[in-house]
Ligand binder design. Structure first.
Ligand SMILES: [Zn+2]
Length: 431
């Protein structure tokens, strides 16, 4: 597996991921996705959305706002409970989370530490034109609450019966103190969350179901078996709302670490919101003719972490005829660019014209690129490095036999394909 610096350098060089505001010295642990990165990220999100919303009949989608009524976060427990205990070193002034310290001295310089202070991880901002306490709002630290406060709206609008789920992809923000490991722990990040509402007595069954379902999802999109595992949370690790939690962990270059958490949040959130808002968030169960408050199973994945895991897992270096080639063996659904059109002779107008026509014909259905700025060997390496599935070369012979050469990223095998059958050929391959 690649080390993290190799991945980070590839990401910058080829336009996957840049540091935020880099020309101003960058903003700590905030990241921008470049031209290739945004394709990969969108593909990861689309793969999740398809599996969750399109391929099933028990899940609806939602896109709630980032800003919410401040009462939401008091009720959810985030204002009082979402805190890290921090200490400062009196000598070097560095700040540490107390749960990550091994001794009572500064791990950096051995200096004396201050008493612990609680630090809330939510970002605050102001709503309206006057900066006063009453106008204070938070940037959401999780997307889940947007689903809970809309539970009634969604269930009525879609006439749902239990069990059913609501899926959402969106940004969340946490003012993390310990950051680092590239995009792994970012202050602004994106979540893919499902809240699955069940009858109370069926929550255990559905919890097990979703742990397995989500684990299989990563395998389905190409993560190698040996790089992924399940870990059950110990009681003292559980979040304030959770009864039980499993992490799906990935073998990142720096450590095994959380890719996705699946939690049994019980009826904690709906009950709390019901109590504080005064609105009934119960559910009339047709089967038992009783009003019940559903329990919630929550598979919560990080989009940025998934992108980093797919990148790391797919990265490989090979030797081809004494040359090194770097390949991103990404799953076909995730590969940022599906095909690249490469004219072999850029000073032959007929060849270039033909290549341009093919490029125009293919793009629109999926992301295709066109490149004539180097020798064919270099062009292949460039495409391999970003995981492009097929390279299509147009040469002088193409002018007479109306065929092009299609090269497969993984096998490097080349096939001669009729131009009029090319679109069909690529379509079939990537479906
Ligand atoms: Zn120190």
């Amino acid at each position: 597996m690649a080390d993290l610096s190799k991945i980070a350098s590839l990401c910058k060089r080829r336009g996957f991921i840049f540091q935020s505001s880099e020309i101003y010295g960058s903003l700590g642990s905030v990241w921008d996705y470049g031209p290739i990165g945004v394709e990969l990220k969108n593909n990861v999100k689309n793969a999740w959305w398809k599996s969750m919303v399109y391929e099933r009949d028990d899940i609806e989608g939602l896109d709630a706002a980032i800003l919410m009524h401040p009462e939401v976060w008091k009720t959810s427990g985030h204002v009082t409970g979402f805190k890290d205990l921090l200490v400062d070193c009196k000598d070097c002034k560095k700040r540490f989370r107390i749960d990550q310290l091994k001794s009572k001295k500064c791990p950096e310089c051995g200096g004396e530490l201050t008493d612990a202070r609680a630090f809330n991880l939510m970002f605050k901002t102001f709503m309206g034109s006057v900066e006063q306490e009453a106008d204070e709002v938070y940037l959401r630290p999780e997307t889940a609450q947007g689903i809970f406060v809309n539970f009634k709206n969604v269930s009525i609008a879609s006439r749902r019966k239990l069990p059913f789920g609501v899926a959402q992809i969106g940004k969340a923000f946490r003012n993390e103190i310990t950051t680092g490991n590239f995009t792994f722990r970012s202050r602004e990040f994106e979540q893919m969350e499902l809240e699955y509402f069940t009858r109370p007595d069926e929550s255990e069954k559905w919890f097990k179901y979703w742990v397995d379902e989500r684990f299989q999802w990563y395998l389905r999109f190409g993560i190698k078996k040996e790089n992924i595992r399940l870990r059950e949370h110990a009681k003292e690790e559980l979040a304030h709302y959770a009864k039980c939690c499993y992490d799906i962990e990935f073998n990142f270059p720096f450590a095994w670490a959380e890719l996705e958490g699946i939690a049994n949040r019980t009826d904690f959130d709906l009950k709390q919101h019901s109590k504080v808002s005064g609105k009934d968030l119960g559910f009339f169960d047709e089967e038992t003719k009783k009003e019940i408050v559903p329990h919630v199973i929550e598979p919560s994945g990080g989009v940025d972490r998934a992108v980093l895991a797919f990148l790391t897992d797919a990265y490989r270096e090979e030797t081809v005829r004494k040359d090194k080639r770097v390949v991103l063996g990404l799953h076909k659904a995730l590969a940022p660019i599906k095909a690249a059109v490469l004219p072999l002779l850029k000073n032959r107008p007929e060849v270039v014209g033909m290549a341009r026509e093919i490029y125009k014909d293919l793009r629109g259905s999926y992301k295709v690129s066109y490149d004539d700025t180097a020798s064919i060997g270099r062009l292949y390496r460039r495409q391999d490095e970003i995981g492009t599935l097929y390279c299509i070369t147009v040469d002088v012979e193409s002018l007479t036999d109306k065929k092009v050469t299609v090269r497969d990223r993984d096998t490097m095998k080349q096939e001669r394909i009729s131009i009029d059958k090319l679109k069909q050929y690529i379509d079939n391959k990537i479906k």
